[in-house]
Design a binder for this molecule. Structure first.
Ligand SMILES: Nc1ncnc2c1ncn2[C@@H]1O[C@H](COP(=O)(O)OP(=O)(O)OP(=O)(O)O)[C@@H](O)[C@H]1O
Ligand code: SF4
Ligand SMILES: [Mg+2]
Length: 324
């Protein structure tokens, strides 16, 4: 794979943001015997900025709210979801109306499931429907299929005639042919073998050419490190750290948050030591730091107080004791 072009935080300060998410929360009302009782807060105080040409990975475990985050940006949330906070696209507030206008055009989603393909439409036609230049749509679709190594006759096939890997490439092609400035790839590499993973990551990386920004959602930290400039670590619905790719070198001594350090050390090529305990359930409430029950350096102060995010060593962290 081509060497990673890294854009560290220090360089992004002068750049105009493509996407900016601030103080974003998402919750679902919970009902008991017909009465609204409380809210389950799945995403809390989420923040993230993506600049043109940048790949930012959002790494979080299963059920941590990653797909809901993607759907929030596209404005395709379930009806019962309630959101708070600010989302800006190219510096302008992303209202529901604007989301509808630019969805699939300026912001494109590679969905988590290949079931998102229309089962009744041939793949060529599906991809062509995302092309704005209608006169050139056949040529553009053909070029994208070629670039992604899809066999020549793929455009004539229905989704059920494709293997899982081919269907995934058709989804990637849909984003590739769009004129989107921001692509959100939601777990595009599930359960792939080593070779298929490398290929898919190469294709995903190709999508960030021409100054496109990308949010790469995954639970696979290795995959994130192969292509992302920065990695936002999602824990208990919060971004606990946003690190630069190179911060993951060595034993993680440049990482800032105890959870990110533990995640890194748990990998087989590092200490292979798993962190005790489990991720909090969606909606679990903590009076203090969300990581306190599992944190090896937690204090009494952490139990009762919530850390705010702060810039430390050119990255963002939410921990009282992150060293600068
Ligand atoms: N409509 C809904 N009403 C209530 N809870 C929901 C709804 N949709 C999703 N959830 C809950 O929100 C949480 C986050 O879901 P989400 O699908 O975003 O997780 P994820 O991080 O994408 O997981 P995965 O890695 O498995 O794809 C889950 O616990 C899920 O059960
Ligand atoms: S604030 Fe306290 S509990 Fe939370 S991560 Fe930092 S040290 Fe651990
Ligand atoms: Mg998901």
């Amino acid at each position: 794979m081509e060497k990673l072009k890294k854009i560290p935080f220090s360089e992004t300060k002068e750049m105009k943001s493509l996407l900016e998410v601030k103080d974003f929360s998402l919750s679902f009302p919970q009902y008991k015997k017909g009465f609204r009782e409380s809210y389950i807060e799945v995403i809390k105080d989420f923040e993230l900025t993506i600049h043109p040409g940048e790949i930012v990975a959002v790494v979080g475990s299963s059920g941590s709210g990653k797909s809901l985050l993607a759907d929030s940006l596209l404005g395709i949330l379930p009806e019962n979801a309630e959101i708070k906070g600010k989302i800006y696209f190219e510096g302008v507030a992303l209202t529901a109306k604007r989301q509808q206008q630019i969805r699939g055009k300026e912001i494109s989603l590679i969905p988590q499931s290949v079931m998102a393909l229309d089962p009744l439409m041939k793949t060529g036609q599906q991809v062509q429907s995302s092309i704005q230049n209608k006169k050139e749509k056949k040529r553009i679709q053909k070029e994208a299929f070629q670039k992604l190594g899809l066999p020549k006759d793929t455009h004539k096939k229905y989704p059920f005639e494709l293997s899982g890997g081919m269907a995934r490439r058709v989804l990637i092609a849909t984003a590739m042919v769009s004129e989107a400035k921001l692509i959100i790839a939601d777990e595009p590499t599930p359960g792939l073998d080593e070779q298929a993973l490398e290929e898919t990551l190469t294709h995903i990386k190709q999508l960030s050419e021409n100054d496109r920004g990308m949010m790469f959602i995954t639970h696979d930290i290795h995959a994130a490190l192969k292509i992302a400039d920065r990695i936002a670590v999602f824990y208990g619905g919060e971004t606990v750290e946003i690190a630069n790719n190179e911060d993951f070198l060595g034993k993680g001594e440049n990482l800032r948050h105890p959870y990110t350090k533990a995640l890194w050390r748990a990998l087989p090529e590092n200490d292979f030591k798993a962190l005790k305990g489990n991720q909090p359930e969606a909606g679990e409430v903590f009076p203090g730091c969300v990581f306190e029950p599992r944190c090896p350096i937690a204090t009494d102060f952490c139990k009762k107080n919530k850390p705010k995010s702060a810039m430390v060593n050119n990255g963002i962290v939410r921990c009282f004791y992150a060293e600068s």
